[in-house]
Structures are given as structure tokens and as C-alpha cells.
Design a protein around this ligand. Structure first.
Ligand SMILES: Nc1nc2c(ncn2[C@@H]2O[C@H](COP(=O)(O)OP(=O)(O)OP(=O)(O)O)[C@@H](O)[C@H]2O)c(=O)[nH]1
Ligand SMILES: [Mg+2]
Length: 222
């Protein structure tokens, strides 16, 4: 019985994810889903990456997913972009964003023209990987302070992602991170994962990430 209930939840989510995809296709918009443990640097990355994307002519919007508080949305306010905030504590404190919630957020920021919507998922290395949001691209951040073994300990997140950003690379030496081992672990879990080394603090690697997102949007727009 329990298994059936879980299956129903996931099947329902797939229906909503398809609605998100249909909506994005109609509007020629691209949705990118950023996921990671709490504190890996998702918000800091958005703060540094969005100005680069804007310089390249992309009109950007953000969906901020958090269990509680508007802190991350507030940190992005100065970027002067449409932002939809979702606090999951109002519907059970879910540790992920389900597709129906993402659909509602897309509707909420409808208005100003938008090419690229960046979704900051709830900080969690497990649950968000289980729920298709309807995104065009899944990006996982793993900071060098978290340990090289995380891809093999939490494989689903890395299997369900297209890009991995090895973030806080500016701290690699200080925390004696073994970056080659971290890369090997990522490749072992998902050989097709595209790996970027980034620092959301210094901006290192973010031009390459911006290039990748521009190419994705261009390909989708056709
Ligand atoms: N040195 C360094 N610090 C970083 C980097 N990226 C993020 N930080 C810092 O790490 C801390 C956590 O970053 P956030 O951007 O809040 O992380 P988050 O993933 O959005 O966290 P949640 O929203 O709670 O899941 C902040 O103090 C950031 O300034 C980086 O590349 N290098
Ligand atoms: Mg954040």
C-alpha cells in the first residue's frame, strides 16, 4: 500500500513536470534547476552568474525554493530581476520542489519577458533528485569542503544531473581537497556528467558555465 502511494505521488509529479515543459516550449524559455546540500553556494553562484548572463543579453528570472525565510530571495533583490519565492513550510516543509509548485512559480513571475529561469532548489542532496521539476538542465553543486566521497554516497543526485559544479575551488588548498579524486568519483557515478570547477566567490569558471547555459538556450530556441 505504501509503495502504491509513493508511486502515485511520483506519477502525479510527472504529469506536472510535463505541463512545465509544455509551458516552457510555448514561451521559448529555458529552466535550469540548481541543487546541492545546504551551503554549497547556490545563492552565491546566482549572485555572481546572473550579471554575466545579463551581459550576454539573456533575460533572467529566478525561482527561489527554501523551507523557510526570504533570505536567499533578498540576497538577489539588487539584481533587479523577477523572483518567485517558494517557502515549503507552508505545505508541510517539503525538502524539495515538486513540479506543480514550480509550475505555480512560473505563472507567478509571468509578465516581464524571460529567456532563462534559474531555479534554486531546497538545500538537500537527496530529495530534490527524486522529483522531476520539468527543467531543461539539472546542475548539482558540490563544494570542495564537503568531501570527495559525496558522489558515491549520494549517487542519485549525481546520476540525475547533467552538470556538476565543483564549487569553492578557491578553498581547495586550505581544506586539502583531493580534486582529481572528487572528479573521478563524479565520473564513476555518472560518466556523462559535465564537470566545471568554479568559485562563486572569485567568479572562476563562471564564464564557462554561462557559455554552457547560453548554448542550451540557443539550441532550445532553435
Ligand atoms: N570561499 C567561497 N565561499 C563560497 C563560495 N560559494 C559560496 N560561498 C559561501 O558559502 C556560504 C554558503 O553559500 P550559499 O550561497 O548561502 O549556499 P546555498 O547553497 O545557497 O545554501 P542554502 O540555500 O542554505 O542551501 C556563504 O557564506 C557563501 O558566501 C565559493 O565559491 N568560495
Ligand atoms: Mg541558498
Amino acid at each position: 500500500m505504501d509503495i502504491k502511494v509513493v508511486r502515485n505521488v511520483l506519477e502525479e509529479n510527472q504529469v506536472s513536470a510535463q505541463k512545465v515543459r509544455d509551458r516552457l516550449r510555448e514561451r521559448r524559455q529555458t529552466l535550469v534547476n540548481f541543487m546541492s546540500s545546504p551551503g554549497s553556494g547556490k545563492t552565491r553562484l546566482l549572485e555572481t552568474l546572473i550579471p554575466i548572463l545579463k551581459e550576454r543579453g539573456l533575460r533572467v528570472g529566478v525561482i527561489e525554493g527554501d523551507i523557510a525565510t526570504a533570505r536567499d530571495a533578498d540576497r538577489l533583490k539588487h539584481l533587479d530581476i523577477p523572483i518567485a519565492l517558494i517557502n515549503t513550510e507552508f505545505f508541510g516543509g517539503e525538502c524539495h520542489l515538486a513540479a506543480n509548485v514550480v509550475l505555480g512559480a512560473l505563472e507567478a513571475i509571468d509578465g516581464p519577458p524571460m529567456d532563462l529561469c534559474l531555479l534554486e532548489n531546497v538545500g538537500n542532496l537527496v530529495c530534490p533528485a527524486e522529483f522531476d521539476t520539468g527543467s531543461d538542465l539539472n546542475v548539482v553543486l558540490l563544494s570542495v569542503t564537503e568531501g570527495e566521497d559525496k558522489p558515491v554516497k549520494y549517487p542519485l543526485m549525481f546520476r540525475n544531473s547533467h552538470l556538476a559544479l565543483v564549487n569553492k575551488i578557491d578553498l581547495a588548498e586550505v581544506v586539502e581537497a583531493d580534486v582529481p579524486l572528487l572528479r573521478r568519483n563524479l565520473q564513476q557515478v555518472n560518466p556523462s556528467l559535465e564537470i566545471f570547477e568554479t568559485s562563486a566567490k572569485t567568479g572562476l569558471g563562471l564564464a564557462e558555465v554561462a557559455d554552457r547555459l547560453c548554448r542550451l538556450h540557443d539550441a532550445k530556441r532553435g
